[in-house]
Design a protein around this ligand. Structure first.
Ligand code: C2E
Ligand code: MG
Ligand code: MG
Ligand code: MG
Length: 285
């Protein structure tokens, strides 16, 4: 502070944008390198049928392990990717890896569905439709086993356009899921206007149902809403057995969370055993 008086405002603006440009170019280069050298990779979190504990799918979650900075959480670098104009590249990379993993799971006898996160900002452009079509063709992954989780739906600025693009994506085969349902403005409007086939109740609600009657009421009623709208409701952020039991009693079909499994590497998915199976195995020995 206090050093700006000597500059005219216009010069400050120009200086700032030059610096931004240089910063963006180096960030772009770093992201491009990270994408091609394996620093950016996926881990997978199981989704189970609440009634039986059977794993029916996984959500692919991106990780960046920088040799110097260590593990960078997606909440940080997704925004950076966006600022650097690399969201599309990241998403293509993630889609391809996830579809290839889906095929590999199947070859190991696990016909899982695979969910990929897609930022809402991408569903304003037709590019995403071509990207998903190309990746499905190139990898040969069964389109009906792919789920596209649309994140940050509150950032959708043009519902007509987004609805068209989501319809075109759905026509390729994937399920279209609304991620983090309930948080961020306009969740219900997005649900009304966009062709979602799945809702993921945000963990802000799920994690509180044991202790907060309001959260329990919201979750119960989102489950009913799902039934009425004929969309699958997935509860995310299930952190303990008690919550899983409440969800089971409320008729929730699919759940995901640390109580079931943390996100884990590909190889651990192959040997993953659900909570129920683990318990019945322990009972047997
Ligand atoms: P999300 O899609 O809602 O993913 C779930 C996040 O919650 C994951 O964090 C997961 O590790 C965490 N989580 C799962 N179960 C529990 C639980 O029981 N308790 C708690 N406290 N947390 C749980 P992660 O991997 O850090 O991802 C954060 C967000 O980053 C994701 O939220 C998603 O919005 C975004 N993201 C992750 N991967 C991608 C990607 O490939 N592309 C895009 N566009 N966004 C991504
Ligand atoms: Mg998600
Ligand atoms: Mg989510
Ligand atoms: Mg979330």
């Amino acid at each position: 502070e206090g050093t700006t008086e000597t500059y005219e405002p216009i010069e400050i603006a120009e200086l700032a944008s030059d610096e931004d440009l240089i910063w963006n170019i180096s960030l772009q280069a770093r992201i491009d390198a990270a994408l091609s050298n394996g620093e950016i990779y996926l881990i997978y979190q199981p989704k189970i049928l609440v009634a039986t504990g059977e794993m029916v799918g996984v959500e692919a979650l991106v990780r960046w392990r920088d040799p110097i900075k260590g593990l960078i959480p997606p909440d940080h670098f997704i925004r950076q990717c966006e600022n650097a104009g690399r969201m599309s590249q990241l998403t293509r990379h993630v889609l391809r890896d996830a579809c290839q993993a889906g095929i590999a799971f199947e070859e190991e006898g696990l016909p899982l569905s695979v969910a990929v996160n897609v930022s809402a900002t991408l569903v304003h452009e037709r590019d995403i439709v071509n990207m998903v079509r190309e990746v499905l063709q190139d990898t040969g992954f069964d389109p009906h086993r792919l789920t596209l989780e649309i994140t940050e739906t509150y950032r959708i600025s043009n519902y007509e356009r987004a609805a068209e693009i989501l319809n075109d994506l759905a026509a390729l085969g994937p399920k279209i899921s609304m991620d983090d349902f309930g948080v961020g403005a306009a969740s219900l409007e997005a649900l009304q206007r966009l062709p979602f086939t799945e809702l993921k109740i945000d963990r802000a609600f799920t994690s509180a149902i044991k202790d907060n009657p309001k959260s329990a009421a919201i979750v119960r009623n989102v489950l009913n809403l799902g039934k009425d709208l004929r969309v699958i409701v997935v509860a995310e952020g299930v952190e303990d057995e008690a919550t899983l039991t409440i969800l089971r009693d409320s008729g929730c079909l699919v759940a995901q969370g640390f109580a079931i499994s943390r996100p884990i590497p590909f190889k651990e998915i192959l040997v993953f055993q659900s909570v129920d199976k683990k318990q019945s195995l322990t009972n047997m020995v």
